[in-house]
Write a protein of this length. Structure first.
Length: 149
């Protein structure tokens, strides 16, 4: 006897069941996305909001805004100004009191790092870049960079 004759209509029912289940899953997803996009489940449509509408909505919820942004960033305190220094061995990020991070360039690795000095070494071991935090100049860190071959 052939296998299909023995199984009867069971494989056909299984295949049709999977097709119906896949179709229903897709339809539930489409309807769900349509409901979210129509605003039925949310309080607002997906339309853009103007700056005046945002200000009015904020004024309604919290009173007057505490400060109106001027478009210029607020000045940072001079003693905490961090700066990055590109070197042949990688990038050094430092603030006046210490070196924050050493990020090696391709082909280099961080050999050592302290609060006031660090060293990049070539993976091949031939080149070294030493950095030393020497102080501060009006809130900006100063760094001495030495390339040793």
């Amino acid at each position: 006897m052939r296998l299909i004759d023995r199984l009867g209509r069971l494989p056909l029912v299984i295949v049709l069941g999977w097709i119906v289940a896949a179709f229903l899953a897709v339809m539930v997803g489409v309807v769900g996305i349509g409901l979210v996009g129509s605003g039925l489940l949310t309080s607002r449509q997906g339309a853009p909001v103007s700056e005046d509408e945002v200000r009015r909505a904020l004024a309604e919820t919290s009173g007057e805004p505490s400060a109106v942004p001027s478009g210029e960033p607020s000045p940072q305190p001079a003693e905490n100004t961090a700066r990055s220094f590109p070197t042949a061995g990688g990038t050094v990020v430092a603030e006046c009191g210490r070196i924050l991070s050493l990020s090696p360039a391709q082909g280099f690795e961080v050999h050592e790092q302290d609060d006031d000095e660090g060293e990049f070494r070539s993976v091949l071991g031939r080149d070294r870049v030493k950095v030393e935090l020497t102080g501060c100049d009006r809130g900006t860190p100063r760094l001495r960079i030495r390339n040793d071959d």
